[in-house]
Structures are given as C-alpha cells and as structure tokens.
Write a protein that binds this ligand. Sequence first.
Ligand code: HEC
Length: 213
Amino acid sequence: MRYFFAFLLGFALLSVTVFGIAGRRGTDFRKPPLEIFDDMVRQAKLRPQVPNSFFNDGRSSQPHVAGTVAQRIGDQNNDTWQGTPKNTGLVTGTTNWVATIPVPVTTATMARGRERYNISCLPCHGAAGDGNGITKKIGAMAVVANLHDQRIAKLPDGELFHVISQGRNLMQGYAANIEINDRWAIVAYVRALQRARLATLEEVPPTDRALLK
Ligand code: HEC
C-alpha cells in the first residue's frame, strides 16, 4: 500500500511538472514558453518594413535591383491584361470567342509563329499540322488532333488561343510555357497551315491558278 501511494504521489508530481512546462502552449505570453518540439512555429525570417542592420540602408525590404524584369508578364494572373481579348481570347464582358486575332499580324508574326509552332506543337501535331508528329510514331500519343479537321478549322481564333493556353481534353495547356504574343503568333501560323491545306482553287487569284494545275 505504501508503494502505491508513493507511486500516486510521484505520478501526480510528474504530471504537474510536465503539464506546468509543456501544457501552456497556446496561452498568450510575451515570450514563447519552453518548447521541446517547436513544430517550426517560429522561424528565422525578416518581417517586411522593419529595421535591419544587415543592409546599408537599414531596411529589411530591399528595392528591386535596377533592370529587374517581372516574371510571367502578360499572364492570366497579371491584372494588367485581365479581361482583355488579347489575354482571354474572349470578347470583353462576354463568353464569346473573338473571331479574329486581336493583335496586329505581320510577316514577323508569321515567322515567329512558325518558329514557336515548330518548337511547341510540331512534336505532336506534325510540321503540316495533320496530327502525325513524332509522339504518335513512337506511340506516346495514340490520337493527336488533325488541325485540318473541318471542325477545328472553323474554331474562332479566340478559341484556338484558349486551347493553346488552357489545353483541351487530352492536350495540356501551354500558358505557362508560351508567352501571350507568341500564342497569338502560333494561332496565325496554324491558320496559314490550314489555308495551305484547305483553300480551294477559287480562292487563288485567277492569274495564279494555272501554276497549280
Ligand atoms: C504533347 C502533345 C501535344 C502538343 C505538344 C500539342 N498538342 Fe494540341 N492536341 C494534342 C492532342 C492529343 C489533342 C487531342 C485532344 C483530345 O481531343 O483529346 C490536341 C488537340 C488540339 C486542338 C484541337 C482542340 C479541339 O477543339 O478539339 C488544337 C487546335 C491543338 N491541339 C493545337 C495545338 C497547338 C497550336 C499546339 C502548340 C502550341 C499544340 N496543340 C501542342 C496533343 C498535343
């Protein structure tokens, strides 16, 4: 019986000690209580806008280095572009795709579009856009869309831009990899590929028709 009471007393003392030290976590203190496992509650870091002697100007937040370029410029997440047809492919304030490319298309745009298409799209869609890229040949992709498909040829430019940006079905989006202007350049180049395949003889100027026969 003596041992039992001694044990009870010891246990009670131990509990009081343990809870007295460790059990106060979560209570408000000016200073943190003893933390055996701090669970990364406190970390070595600088808060913004507080004095700091490390830098010469005595601030913890430093201004950007001259010439710093913002990353992901023109991205969907960038407010500057939010809601413009150029950013979304949509007519502002509607859910309708813009019919035509909302940026100027020049010879340089087409050249850029071809270059970017050949880098980002050709491996799957093929140089001619018929869906016979290398990924199909090696069996990595079973079905790749043929960009000359009537349905795809009829998609508005804005929707094409959207497919490149966000992907569709099995195809992933390339918004993170291809800058907005380059996406529109690719749209222009895809249109050229489609035209090269789908245009009719009637669309060729009469003087040039003989060359095709
Ligand atoms: C990794 C392979 C891959 C790459 C790279 C790729 N695509 Fe695709 N794309 C596909 C596949 C697969 C489909 C068919 C998706 C489906 O319908 O499941 C597709 C579908 C499409 C469609 C048809 C969308 C529709 O409405 O059915 C268009 C347009 C398209 N791709 C354009 C592009 C362009 C432009 C690029 C380059 C920026 C590109 N793709 C890059 C694999 C790819």
